[in-house]
Design a protein around this ligand. Structure first.
Ligand SMILES: Cc1ncc(COP(=O)(O)O)c(C=O)c1O
Length: 391
């Protein structure tokens, strides 16, 4: 008898893991004693602010917080989210039924197709994009219909292409969007979101906008919420999270806001899967949202200084990249004909710098590479020096 069990088909349907070769080369280099510079993973290197940790510490000592949390999240937490959305975006939310706590936004993104996509139905998914949109659709038995984000369109979708997909393909129930964007670092305007609302109304599609990076913006270029667009709440929702805004990736505090039937659908799925976020973490989340400024302004200025070291160095090295207005990613186009994986492997071997190949985010990412700004200026200056000699 074998002790190896066959995986369900849904696991077999996942796209191949593209980073295996890179992981192997990283291991080889490290075995040689080489210290690698990690510009691959989008995980803030900076600490969670003390005021958040202090609140957690106090909250963790309260026995009432040791029991199961409420499925929807503590009312105080949901009120804090609603207050922050109003203050930050001018978007009014009812904490009773338009705000749902999530165990990080990834959890909510991964579960939402279960609420709205029947087997054989589709979700429209950006390529390149955060891989969870497709995986989650597949897990629900749905079909991810990808649409390309092209540089010539500032990495925004082409609505004519979306129309064609909707007309031709299986019934599309969800449209995933994400601006400021991972991996391209592109931003979207409110006018763009207005077009999205019109498209969604026409085709009866639920818009799932992922706004995980809204607070990491530069040069004062504040990024909008999808829900600021008139009518957005009739057609969709927005995923958000404390992960990037407050250096809290490990804490797993996120939320879904927007259309109440969408929020209700995801809540119903979650009620059957998890039991919410530890109340003490929600209390810490309230503290974070209430003390958003000046913390976030300082955070932005740190990333901006890093951006201003790395981007000119990448440009001078002969790659093409736009200076990002938001996110802590830099998305660079390689030289004509150069493959993403080859570039990334050479950069590890020759310079000890780890980046992420663009095709890891979808076929349309081939020919690009993603760097992160999650290392301090001193390290990025080292990277800049290393890039001076040809890559
Ligand atoms: C575009 C995007 N959305 C969502 C997430 C998930 O963030 P979290 O689950 O920590 O809220 C990430 C994480 O990297 C991301 O890049």
């Amino acid at each position: 008898m074998s002790d190896t069990f066959e995986f369900a088909n849904r696991l077999k349907e996942l796209p191949p893991y593209l980073f295996a070769r890179i992981d192997q080369i990283k291991q080889e280099e490290m075995k040689k004693g080489r210290k690698l510079i990690a510009l691959g993973i989008g995980d803030p290197d900076l600490p969670t602010p003390d005021f958040v940790i202090d609140r957690l510490t106090a909250a963790a000592k309260r026995p009432a917080n040791h029991q199961y949390p409420s499925y929807w999240g503590m009312m105080e937490f949901r009120k804090a989210v609603a207050k922050w959305y109003d203050h930050r975006f001018g978007v009014k939310l009812n904490p009773e039924n338009e705000v749902l706590s999530l165990i990080g936004s990834k959890e909510g993104i991964a579960h939402i197709p279960l609420a709205f996509v029947n087997p054989g139905e589709a979700a429209l998914v950006p390529d390149p994009g955060y891989p969870v949109y497709s995986a989650a659709t597949l897990f629900a038995g749905g079909i991810p219909l990808t649409f390309p984000l092209l540089e010539k369109n500032q990495f925004l979708p082409d609505f004519a292409h979306l129309e064609a997909l909707v007309k031709k393909g299986p019934k599309a129930k969800l449209l995933f969007l994400n601006y400021p964007n991972n991996p391209t670092s592109a931003s979207a305007s409110l006018d763009f979101f207005k077009e999205v609302v019109a498209f969604a109304k026409k085709h009866q599609i639920i818009v799932c906008h992922d706004n995980a990076y809204s607070e990491i913006f530069f040069d004062g270029k504040k990024q909008p919420s999808f829900l600021e667009a008139p009518g957005a709440k009739e057609v969709g929702c927005e995923f958000h999270s404390l992960s990037k805004t407050f250096n809290m990736t490990g804490w797993r505090v996120g939320f879904l806001v927007g259309n109440k039937s969408v929020v209700q659908g995801l809540a119903q799925i979650k009620t059957n899967i998890d039991s919410g976020i530890f109340n003490a973490c929600q209390e810490a989340g309230i503290e974070a949202l209430e003390r958003y400024e000046p913390f976030c302004s300082e955070l932005r200025s740190i990333y901006q200084k890093r951006r201003d070291v790395l981007v000119p160095a990448i440009q001078a090295s002969g790659l093409h990249c736009k200076t990002p207005d938001a996110t802590f990613y830099v998305w660079a186009r390689l030289r004509e004909g150069q493959k993403s994986e080859d570039f990334v492997l050479d950069l590890i071997r020759n310079k000890g710098i780890v980046s992420t190949p663009g095709n890891g985010f979808g076929a349309a990412g081939e020919g690009y590479v993603r760097f992160t700004l999650c290392s301090d200026v001193a390290v990025l200056k080292q990277v800049a020096e290393a890039l001076k000699a040809s890559v």
